[in-house]
Design a protein around this ligand. Structure first.
Ligand code: F0G
Length: 352
């Protein structure tokens, strides 16, 4: 068997690339679909639950799927610089792929609201990081204008190649399960990923690679839930900073996905997000970031409506290591510190 060549090579016939496209890849994709029995048990009624752990991509989030294609196409079209607004993950992915492709990367972030790991990545990958006194929505408005007036290519999910790359996650789910799941639970911020998954499922369905199409269940943080409220949220707030977004760029497409799939948008509170975050780590051994746990929090919230025996996939969009501050702050567990280097003391503290 040959090593995994990255998702563009793997799904080339489904993607808008030609022999002239210089492929910029870090062997992204091929992330595991993991069974989560402790969560399935809480849902009950023989429901099978899996998580698509996209936090195992090269920069630790699903953004790598979109970025391999967006950067490859930007390079093909002769771009020398790219720009994005970001709550952190897009900036890390844009920085890594842009630098690997030899392009400059500009990232505009909301000052003080980007998790530590993500900021560290953007800096070390060599992005030019500009922090504004404003939120993600304001940053996105600004990068759209910058990309319009200056020679920089926009790589937010308004760039069509981003969603084309991200749809491969749906292909991978079907390739493993043999069909689409009954339900797909996914966190929603700028509403690109839910749109991309649906594109992927529909394409596979047309090609008869799956028999069914899932209900698309989108979950937002209660303090940043424009898709649930059906209006823009001017001051979005949530512990899940990745989805601290009040004016999603892909709102119309995501609304169409919800309608076509008979899906729903629902809100989960920060407390519910953090409970699911701790549960995934402490009972399943899976460390995701808070925004990702919204998919599991959402499933647990609406669990009584999952049909008996159904198959559910929850998307875990980012790695827990992205946000160590939140992990330490909200862990119920603490370091037992200040102990002497003494065997008997340790054994005593261990309860022996
Ligand atoms: N989960 C994580 C970990 C994210 O970083 C994001 C978005 C989402 C979910 C929501 O996905 O926007 O396609 O609905 N992060 C963007 C960023 C906004 O800048 O990294 P979406």
């Amino acid at each position: 068997t040959r090593p995994w060549p990255g998702l563009i090579e793997t799904y080339r016939p489904f993607l808008p690339v030609t022999d002239a496209t210089p492929i910029v890849s870090l062997c992204e994709g091929n992330t595991p679909l993991i069974r989560v029995p402790a969560i399935a048990e809480r849902v009950g009624r023989s429901v099978q639950v899996f998580v698509k752990y996209d936090g195992l991509n090269p920069t630790g989030s699903f953004k790598d799927r979109g970025m391999t294609l967006a950067i490859s196409k930007a390079k093909e079209m002769g771009a020398e610089a790219v720009i994005c607004a970001s709550t952190g993950n897009t900036s890390a992915a844009a920085a890594a792929y842009a630098r690997r492709g030899g392009l400059r990367a500009f990232v505009i972030i909301p000052d003080g609201y980007v998790a530590m790991g993500k900021l560290a990545q953007a800096l070390l990958y060599g992005a030019e990081v500009l922090a504004i006194q404003g939120n993600f929505d304001q940053a996105l408005t600004m990068v759209r204008q910058l990309a319009e007036h200056y020679p920089v290519t926009l790589v937010n999910s308004i760039n069509p190649f981003r969603l084309e790359g991200q749809k491969t996650a749906a292909f991978e789910v079907v390739d493993v399960l043999g069909d689409a799941p009954d339900w797909l639970c996914i966190p929603v911020g700028n509403a690109g990923n839910i749109t991309a998954y649906w594109m992927g499922f529909c394409e596979y369905h047309q090609q008869e690679r799956c028999q069914r199409l899932p209900r698309m269940m989108g979950f937002q943080a209660a303090g940043a839930a424009p898709m649930v409220l059906n209006h823009t949220v001017t001051h979005p707030e949530t512990v899940a900073t990745a989805i601290r977004i009040g004016n999603p760029a892909n709102r119309d497409r995501a609304r169409a996905v919800q309608e076509a799939s008979q899906g729903e948008f629902s809100a989960v509170t920060d407390e519910e997000i953090l409970a699911a975050y701790r549960l995934l780590a402490a009972e399943e051994g899976i460390f995701c970031e808070p925004a990702s746990a919204a998919s599991v929090a959402g499933l647990l919230k609406v669990k009584d409506r999952v049909p008996a025996g159904a198959t559910v996939v929850c998307v875990l969009t980012g790695n827990g290591l992205k946000d160590p501050d939140t992990a330490i702050k909200h862990s119920q567990n603490q370091v037992k510190g200040g102990l002497p280097a003494d065997l008997e003391t340790l054994a005593g503290v261990m309860g022996f």
